[in-house]
Design a protein around this ligand. Structure first.
Ligand code: NAD
Length: 504
């Protein structure tokens, strides 16, 4: 039988996206130019929906780190001394350039992450632009204070940039997470070196180039390599003044330890095991939709805030379960580039195996039932794709691995409860404290519980994605510091200098 050779994965990209991809393949952004890695060659980047190789990304090492940091160091004094409103204007111009290219950036993001273009990638790019635009408008807010002191004395504080900021990204929402770091850092007058995720670097580098073209060379640099070869040396580089990291808890802890050797500030956005609590008086339809959205099933659950522990009052439990199963059965899992697809693939083989291993371990305990829902795609093109069906875990106790560990897959636990005090205790019995959602028609109960839940971001009767002006960040092992909001820019990307003048 004649076998047609498979078309290269890149042929799946529409023309504009393919051109954009080819402009950044094997390239990283240093000193305003797209350049090859100086030391370690390249890494393969997969299309998770077919299992094929999409393209090659640079495998940066210490020499690349040194080149990128040197460019950022050179660019810093002039950028620091640029009027804040001019910095804001440049960032706003970068936002417009990215917005104009969303149609080409979105397929690239979809193909390298496996995420569906309609439900995930275009909305992510829209949010990325919103974040840049908001911070661009906040340049005038980089204010210090005057401080009451002795008569004849003027005492005041200045906020000044830190220098070179390193931003290390994960693969799951790379564009939004990059902008949450670099927009406030740049507007505050820092220069930046981003370490893109080696799993999904192309849309990151392409979007960064569009933004960088609106900035002086060297103000924004992006390198790509593994954590060991590129991320670690970047953290340890003596000219890097601050690291902002989003990723897994173990890597966050390692970066924290490395930063301590330099006494360098770090902000860490790490994992989560976020509870959703559906009280007996909740609006069932809204709560079910909230579970679907909050668990980020359209992103295959690959979200740090995923509602992966859903506590439902016993009076609603059966109806809630039936309705959630129906909702999940209606979800179309398939080709990320297809407009009809609701959810694509998980990002890589390691992630798929991790999900499967945790499910096997969790289900090995008596009384645990895994309810698998939905249909895998039937298209032969996708036969080797990394697709995972949603799983509802029923009957797990608080000590089950599926209740304790971040799975980062389309798996959530459903647990019935009887009283508020017990569910509050269960919800707080976690190493993590990133987010929570509460569902009730009784506002007093909602607000009281919101005050007692140990998590940094709480929503009552709704679940939404990160908004640029709402401070976002976890308690406990979910991280250190906040992202988004004016406060995050001031706290994490400036330092305060006190000046006292004797006027006499
Ligand atoms: P990861 O921790 O494996 O990698 C994140 C980044 O760190 C990558 O760029 C990687 O190359 C780099 N890295 C790895 N080892 C390093 C080292 N020793 N030194 C410096 N850099 C290193 O995470 P991931 O698999 O890319 O992303 C998934 C994780 O991200 C999940 O745990 C998820 O909860 C977390 N996440 C958190 C948030 C949040 O806002 N809290 C948002 C998204 C993702």
């Amino acid at each position: 039988m004649d076998m047609m050779p498979a078309a290269p994965v890149r042929d799946r990209l529409p023309d504009g996206a393919r051109l954009l991809f080819e402009s950044v393949e094997e390239r990283q952004l240093i000193d305003g130019a797209l350049v090859a890695s100086c030391d370690l060659g390249t890494l393969d980047v997969l299309d998770p929906s077919t299992g094929g190789v999409l393209g090659r990304a640079p495998a940066a090492g210490e020499a690349d780190v040194a080149a990128a940091v040197a460019a950022a160091v050179r660019a810093f004094p002039a950028w620091r001394d640029t009027a804040a409103r001019a910095r804001g204007k440049a960032v706003a111009e970068g936002a417009r350039r990215i917005e104009a290219e969303i149609a080409d950036l979105a397929p690239l993001l979809a193909l390298e992450t496996g995420k569906a273009i309609r439900t995930e990638c275009r909305p992510e790019l829209g949010s990325a632009v919103d974040i840049l635009s908001m911070y661009a408008g906040l340049a005038g807010e980089l204010k210090g204070e005057t401080v009451p002191y002795d008569p004849g004395m003027l005492a005041y504080t200045l906020r000044e940039p830190l220098g070179v900021v390193a931003a290390i990204l994960p693969w799951n929402v790379p564009l939004v997470l990059m902008m949450l770091k670099i927009a406030p850092a740049l507007v505050a007058g820092n220069t930046v070196v981003v370490k893109a995720s080696e799993e999904a670097p192309f849309a990151t580098i392409a979007a960064a180039k569009l933004l960088a073209d609106a900035l002086p060379p060297g103000v924004l640099n992006v390198i790509c390599g593994t954590g060991a070869d590129c991320g670690g040396p970047l953290v340890l580089h003596p000219r890097v003044a601050k690291v902002t990291f989003t990723g897994s808890q173990p890597v966050g802890e390692a970066i924290h330890a490395m930063a301590a050797t330099k006494l360098m500030p770090v902000s860490l956005e790490l994992g989560g095991k976020s509870p959703m609590i559906v009280f007996g008086d909740a609006d069932l339809d809204r709560a079910v939709e909230g579970a679907f959205a909050g668990m980020r099933f359209t992103r295959m659950g690959q979200s740090c805030t995923a509602s992966s522990r859903i506590y439902v009052h016993r009076s609603l439990y059966d109806r809630f379960l039936d309705a959630l199963v129906l909702r999940l059965e209606a979800m179309v899992i398939g080709d990320p580039l297809d407009e009809a697809t609701d959810a694509g693939a998980v990002v890589n083989v390691r992630q798929k195996q991790k999900i499967e291993a945790l499910l096997a371990e969790g289900a090995s305990v008596d009384g645990v039932e895994l309810r698998t829902v939905g249909r895998l795609p039937q298209d032969s093109l996708l036969k080797d794709g990394l697709f995972v069906l949603p799983v509802l875990c029923l009957g797990a106790t608080e000590d089950n691995v599926l209740m304790r560990e971040e799975i980062f897959g389309p798996v959530t636990c459903l647990v019935p409860f009887d009283d508020d005090a017990a569910v509050l205790q269960a919800a707080n019995d976690s190493d993590f404290g990133l987010a929570a959602t509460l569902w009730t028609r009784d506002l007093k109960r909602g607000l009281t519980m919101a005050q007692r839940i140990e998590a940094g971001f709480i929503q009552v009767n709704r679940t939404l994605t990160i908004q640029p002006n709402l401070a976002y960040g976890g308690f406990k092992k979910s991280g250190l510091g906040k992202e988004a909001s004016l406060a995050a820019m001031l706290e994490h990307f400036t330092r305060v200098k006190t000046i006292v003048v004797d006027l006499g």
